[in-house]
Design a protein. Structure first.
Length: 237
């Protein structure tokens, strides 16, 4: 059984709007609706991690979907903390869990299928989507050695040399459920932001030679939005 956790807790401060980030409209419907629709194409259950104005987000989602489950993350202490909040809501029969971002609505079914195949065909503990981005800004950088995944470094923790890398982490993952449950509590506040980040699990899996990456060609699929300009870009794709 394949499950999905959607990260949908953020406020979106730089949007300068009281509206929860994932409810901003992309191509005529809330961003998170695009992500839920995609999740439903590949998985048997969806758990949304909500936080900022969580009751409003939950109410809006429930108007269109009657089978999405919800977990609350307050305060928002990073992506690993968000997934940790969602794990208890997963079905006991779940074998693997996909993690999607509610503010990244452009990802396609073909790219998600590529990720799932990479994971299943190579007996991974974790696989993730990456893309070459011309101006990678603050995305986490993917560190490879001999074409094998070593780790993902958050921008805030990256050296100047690592910041030159333009292969970046999309924030879209698939985890073996047992690996996830057994290792997520090992994630520490070992970055400059004081938060718990999922990419730390990639480095653990890489140590077992069980971390994989699916590199997609169209980097615009992984774009999220933090500003009104980025939101406009997604609406123009």
């Amino acid at each position: 059984m394949l499950s999905t956790i959607i990260l949908a807790a953020g406020k979106g401060t730089r949007l300068k709007s009281d509206r929860p980030k994932v409810l901003h409209i992309v191509k005529e419907k809330p961003s998170v609706f695009h992500v839920i629709d995609l999740a439903k194409k590949v998985s048997s259950e969806v758990v949304a991690i909500v936080g900022y104005k969580y009751q409003e987000v939950q109410t809006e989602i429930e108007k269109s979907y009657d089978d999405v489950k919800f977990a609350v993350q307050i305060p928002q202490n990073g992506t690993a903390d968000a997934v940790l909040k969602g794990i208890p809501f997963l079905n006991n029969n779940a074998k693997a869990v996909i993690v999607l971002s509610g503010d990244a609505p452009a990802l396609t079914y073909d790219s998600l299928k590529l990720l799932i195949d990479e994971f299943n065909n190579n007996n991974r503990e974790v696989s993730f989507i990456a893309a070459v981005v011309p101006e990678p800004a603050k995305y986490g950088r993917v560190i490879l050695k001999n074409d094998k995944v070593q780790k993902v470094v958050e921008f805030i923790d990256a050296t100047d040399e690592e910041k030159e890398i333009n292969l970046v982490n999309s924030g879209v993952y698939i985890f073996d459920i047992n690996f996830l449950k057994n290792t997520i509590n090992k994630v520490e506040k070992n970055n400059n932001n004081g938060e718990f980040f999922l990419p730390d699990l990639i480095e653990i899996a890489a140590g077992n030679d069980k971390a994989g990456v699916a590199v997609i060609k169209n980097y615009t699929e992984i774009l999220g939005f933090n500003t009104k300009e980025q939101l406009q870009l997604l609406n123009s794709l």
